[in-house]
Design a protein around this ligand. Structure first.
Ligand code: 2AM
Length: 196
């Protein structure tokens, strides 16, 4: 009897994707300043690459390419307003050992747009929502244990959020790199424009 032949089963190419808020350049520069002003990482602690900093809205994980049109539709279905927020606090998720920057008061508009996005992804693409409540945070450092206070040398960081993005997680020579692949604008407040 012939020995069984090795079979090569082609796996469909998948892309690791998530929806996120992506800081503009000015906000990102201030975040770089915040990272620099933090006490040095503990043993094994690792700062995020500045160009990767973001707030995750909905984590999708490994997706087949065929899902993209549906993600496009879901993103386009989110017609919400732009909003302002201020990053003004630091925290640690102890189990995940993630140190993050966040907001003392998450804007209602952020919670509503994240909810609208989750609903659209659920209804149009069959994506299951995270069972945990949305906890907006921007990961600064991994393998961190100790909480620390917002550095006195860094003022709270304002951020005008006028878009959200679909991001692909890739690997390059320096490790993980996040690359926005789609962007949807949020509506500007027309009344504010008329008032000027
Ligand atoms: P984190 O920063 O809190 O680790 C890309 O990996 C982004 O998706 C990160 O912001 C990460 O959140 C988030 N993420 C990774 N795995 C996840 C999961 N299983 N559930 C929810 N979010 C996840």
């Amino acid at each position: 009897m012939n020995p069984p032949q090795e079979m090569h089963i082609e796996k469909p190419r998948t892309r690791r994707l998530f929806f996120a808020l992506w800081p503009d350049e000015a906000t990102r520069t201030r975040l770089a300043g915040l990272l620099k002003a933090l006490p040095p990482p503990e043993r094994h602690g690792r700062d995020m690459r500045v160009e990767n900093l973001h707030i995750t809205l909905f984590f999708l994980g490994d997706c087949e390419g065929g899902l993209l049109p549906c993600l496009d539709e879901a993103g386009a279905a989110v017609r919400r307003d732009a909003f302002d927020m201020v990053l003004d606090r630091l925290g640690v998720f102890e189990r995940a050992r993630v140190q993050w920057a966040g907001v003392s008061r998450p804007p209602e508009a952020l919670l509503r747009m994240q909810d609208a996005l989750s609903l659209a992804l659920e209804a149009r693409c069959g994506m299951a929502r995270d069972s945990r409540p949305f906890a907006p945070h921007l990961t600064l450092r991994r393998n961190a244990r100790e909480p620390c206070a917002w550095p006195e040398s860094v003022p709270p960081i304002p951020w005008h959020v006028d878009a959200f993005v679909l991001v692909e997680s890739l690997n390059d020579d320096e490790g993980v790199r996040y690359r926005p692949v789609r962007q949807w604008p949020l509506r500007q407040d027309e009344t504010a424009i008329h008032r000027v």
